[in-house]
Design a binder for this molecule. Structure first.
Ligand code: XLS
Ligand code: CA
Ligand code: CA
Length: 438
């Protein structure tokens, strides 16, 4: 098989003074940070759909990038060329994981039996490819949003036949995920939501989504899938309102329907900001609920109201993300670059520049997050901020050993509380800058 990205060498770490655009400045895979190699802290993954399939098509124009890899699109030859390109791409960058939707791998046929035959063929080919490498599958999923049949959702559809079809796709995508040794299985509720409540039975739809997820868990466990199932929250787009609005909403849903033992969150940066949160917020909410599993790493443009899936370059955000990840003790999943090149960045070099940017951004974020933790000033401040809770009355409240009446008498005794200590936000932001730019 011939080399596809001919002018691109293997990307190496050259250090922060390097000006070579085809080298890492911060991502040094074997460097040990807080007792673990960078490559273990940062299980980077390539998203099959953006990197190997998307050409930059938008609603105003056709694609700008050529992702035919020298073959005719819509054929199995093209599907295999994407595998070849993907593996060469990952190997040149030292990326150890990939994520896929079923229909990213092969062209969907008219009949599901033929689509599944194609999926068997391509997954055999991928397995063969994996053998000579240390590349693995991070997670798999089923695309239940592109085909017109899913216009009213998959688990939330009004059509029982479409629901059954979605179930069949999930079964096959789980088979593939297990076959490829995937760490996780993702549900992104693309069209699980509504355009208007005038035509929507929300309770019925949510119950049906939960039933589908239960069937997926039962089937997955029955075929030996031991990984986590993930919900990837997103508040809107394509639907006006999506049921998995944000981490808090998705966690509430999982608990309501008894799915919380098998599911965790896959938090996407750009989805969190679309929900009106910071990326760090949704990571923290997931983490404190024991449900921070995996991350789709990208960034949005806060001046735009839609999902722009840009490659991350914001080191502040990456640092805050890795701070949450370190505090969480790592991820069961990884960091998937669900990011795409801007439409005018259509060359092969741009594909590599984008991943180098993203990987370096998170590597720098990891370095700085570890420094923030080791520095200790932020942790120290937070500990001090809540120190009044170490008093007798504070401990009684924390240990459920008091009553409203006792607190009433306590309040009467003190007369009026002093002002709580300063929040010191500006001091803490200065500490953050101090670490970031030292
Ligand atoms: C789209 C989502 C999607 C999921 C997988 O906005 O990010 O790509 O990650 O279906
Ligand atoms: Ca997205
Ligand atoms: Ca995503």
């Amino acid at each position: 098989m011939s080399e596809i990205f001919k002018n691109i060498p293997e990307i190496k770490f050259e250090g922060k003074d390097s000006t070579n655009p085809l080298a890492f400045k911060h991502y040094d895979a074997d460097r040990v940070i807080m007792g673990k190699k960078m490559s273990e802290h940062l299980p980077f993954a390539m998203a099959w759909w953006h990197n190997l399939c998307a050409t930059g098509t938008d609603m105003f124009g056709s694609g700008t990038a050529d992702k035919s890899f020298g073959t005719e699109k819509g054929t199995m030859e093209h599907a295999k060329a994407k595998v070849d390109a993907g593996f060469e791409f990952m190997q040149k960058l030292g990326i150890k994981y990939f994520c896929f939707h079923d229909v990213d791998l092969v062209p969907e046929a008219e009949d599901i039996k033929e689509t599944n035959r194609r999926l068997d063929e391509i997954s055999d080919y991928i397995l063969e490819k994996m053998k000579g490498t240390d590349i693995k599958c991070l997670w798999g999923t089923a695309n239940m949003f592109s085909n017109p049949r899913f216009m009213n959702g998959a688990g939330s559809t009004n059509s029982v036949d479409v629901y059954a079809f979605a179930a069949a796709q999930i079964k096959k995508a789980l088979d593939l995920t297990v076959k490829l040794g995937g760490r996780g299985y993702v549900f992104w509720g693309g069209r699980e939501g509504y355009e208007t409540l005038l035509n929507t039975d929300v309770k019925f739809e949510q119950e049906n989504i939960a039933k589908l997820m239960h069937m997926a868990v039962d089937y997955g466990r029955s075929i030996g899938f031991e990984g986590d199932f993930y919900i990837e929250p997103k508040p809107k787009e394509p639907m006006k309102h999506q049921y998995d609005f944000d981490a808090a909403t998705a966690i509430g849903f999982l608990r309501q329907y008894g799915l919380d033992k098998d599911f965790k969150m896959n938090i996407e940066a750009n989805h969190a900001t679309l929900a009106g949160h910071t990326f760090q917020h949704d990571l923290r909410i997931s983490a404190i609920n024991g449900m921070l599993g995996s991350i789709d790493a990208n960034q949005g443009d806060t001046l735009l109201g839609w999902d722009t899936d840009e490659f991350p370059f914001d080191v502040y955000e990456a640092t805050k993300c890795m701070y949450e990840v370190l505090k969480n003790g790592g991820l069961t999943g990884g960091l998937n670059f669900d990011s795409k090149n801007r439409r005018p960045s259509y060359t092969v070099e741009d594909m590599f520049y984008a991943f180098i940017l993203g990987m370096d951004t998170f590597a720098l974020g990891l370095i700085k997050a570890a420094e923030l933790i080791e520095d200790g000033r932020i942790d120290e401040f937070v500990k001090e901020k809540y120190s009044s809770w170490n008093t007798e009355i504070g401990q009684k409240i924390r240990n459920n050993k008091t009553t409203l009446e006792e607190l009433f008498h306590y309040a009467e005794e003190i007369g009026a509380p002093e002002l709580p200590g300063s929040g010191r936000q500006e001091y803490l932001e200065a500490v953050f800058n101090n670490i970031l730019f030292k």
